[in-house]
Design a protein around this ligand. Structure first.
Ligand code: GDD
Length: 321
C-alpha cells in the first residue's frame, strides 16, 4: 500500500511517520516537504521513506507529486496551525490551509485516482461553545473565532463538498488539542515546559510568562492522535463524515501550568504577558468521541500527566547549558 503524508516534517506528521514505520512495515511511505522545512523531527527516519519536495499552494507541484506517488491513502496534515499567527497574517492561513487542500483534491480528481483521504480539521471550528453545549458532538454549531478556525471550517466543508460532488473518499477528522514531545514551542504545553526547563537550567530568571489561564482544552497525546488518524482510514469510518478525536476530558490552562510546575518542583513566579492574550479565545473545548470510538474502536491510552512529563523530558534533553 502506498501512503502519502503531507506535513511529514511537522510535529504530528513525524509521529504519524513513526507510527506507520513501526506498525505497518508493508506500507510504502511518501512524505512531502517545502524546501525550507526543518527536518529535525524526522531525521531519525529519513532513510526509511521517500521525501518529495512540494509546495501545496502550487497546484502544478501538488499534481506532479500525486501523479508520481499514486497513493492509496493520503493523510493531509500540512497546515498553518498556530492560532495567533492567523490574526497577524490571515490571508496566509487561509491560502495555505484552504487552497493547499483544494490543490490536493483537484489533483486526485483530475488524475482519476480513488484514494482514501484524511483531512486534519480542528475542534477550533466549534469556536464559541457555551457551557450547556458540552461535551461537543459533531452536530454542534460551528462558530469559529479566528481566521485559523475559519480556514479549518473551509477545509472541513470542502471535504464534505468534494465527497458529495465527486465521491472522493474523504474522512474529516476534527482533532481536539494534542501535544507531546516535538511540539513546537509556541503551543501552550510545550511553551510552558520549555520556559520551566530554561529556568531549571539557570538560563533565565524564575518567571514564567503566560496568557489566558481560564481557557479549557481537551488534550490527547499526539501518539494516540496519530493512531486515530490511521484508524480513520482503516475501515469503519464513512466517507464524507466528520469525527471528533478527543479524550473526553478537559483541563483549564491554569491546571496545566500547575501540573508542570509541580512536576518541576522549582520555585517559579507566574506573570501574565499581555502579548499572549488573543483578540478572542475559545473558552472551552470538551469533546464527545463516541462517534469515532464506535466506528473504529479507538480510545486514548496515554494519560495526560504522562504526556506532560514526556514534554518536560524532551526539553530537558534538548536544552543544554
Ligand atoms: N500558546 C499559548 N501560549 N497559549 C496560551 C498561553 C501561552 O503562553 N497562555 C495561555 N494559553 C492558552 C491559549 O489562549 C489557548 O486558550 C490555550 O492556551 C491553548 O493554546 P494553544 O496551545 O496555542 O492551542 P490552541 O487551542 O489555540 O490550538 C491548538 O489546538 C487546536 C485544536 O483545538 C492548535 O494545535 C491548533 O492547530 C489545533 O487545531
Amino acid at each position: 500500500m502506498r501512503v502519502l503524508v503531507t506535513g511529514i516534517t511537522g510535529f504530528v506528521g513525524s509521529h504519524l511517520a513513526d507510527y506507520i514505520l513501526n506498525n505497518h512495515p508493508d506500507v510504502e511511505l511518501y512524505g512531502v516537504y517545502r524546501w525550507r522545512s526543518r527536518t529535525e523531527n524526522i531525521e531519525h527516519v529519513l532513510k526509511r521513506f521517500s521525501n518529495l519536495e512540494c509546495d501545496l499552494r502550487d497546484a502544478a507541484s501538488v499534481r506532479a507529486v500525486i501523479e508520481d506517488v499514486r497513493p492509496d491513502r493520503i493523510f493531509h496534515l500540512a497546515a498553518q496551525s498556530f492560532v495567533p499567527s492567523s490574526w497577524r497574517a490571515p490571508s496566509e492561513s487561509l491560502v495555505t490551509n484552504i487552497i493547499g487542500q483544494v490543490n490536493i483534491f483537484e489533483a486526485v480528481r483530475n488524475l482519476g485516482l480513488d484514494p482514501w483521504i484524511q483531512i486534519a480539521c480542528s475542534s477550533e471550528e466549534y469556536g464559541m461553545v457555551y457551557d450547556h453545549e458540552v461535551p461537543i458532538r459533531e452536530s454542534n454549531p460551528l462558530r469559529p473565532l479566528s481566521p485559523y478556525a475559519v480556514s479549518k471550517v473551509g477545509q472541513d466543508y470542502l471535504g464534505y463538498q468534494y465527497f458529495m460532488s465527486y465521491g472522493l473518499k474523504i474522512i474529516r477528522t476534527r482533532g481536539f488539542n494534542h501535544t507531546g514531545p516535538r511540539r513546537g514551542d509556541v503551543f501552550v504545553c510545550s511553551d510552558f515546559a520549555k520556559q520551566i526547563v530554561e529556568i531549571e537550567k539557570g538560563d533565565r530568571e524564575p518567571v514564567i510568562y503566560v496568557g489566558n489561564l481560564e481557557a479549557k482544552r481537551d488534550f490527547t497525546d499526539v501518539r494516540d492522535m496519530v493512531r486515530a488518524y490511521w484508524l480513520a482510514l482503516d475501515g469503519g469510518c464513512k466517507p464524507g463524515e466528520a469525527y471528533n478525536i478527543c479524550s473526553g476530558s478537559c483541563w483549564t490552562i491554569q491546571s496545566v501550568l500547575d501540573m508542570l510546575l509541580e512536576m518541576s518542583g522549582t520555585a517559579i513566579r507566574v506573570q501574565q504577558d499581555q502579548h499572549r492574550l488573543r483578540p478572542s479565545d475559545v473558552p472551552i473545548l470538551l469533546g464527545d468521541n463516541t462517534k469515532f470510538r464506535q466506528a473504529t474502536g479507538w480510545e486514548p491510552r496515554i494519560p495526560f500527566n504522562q504526556t506532560l512529563k514526556d514534554i518536560l523530558i524532551y526539553w530537558r534533553e534538548r536544552i543544554h547549558r
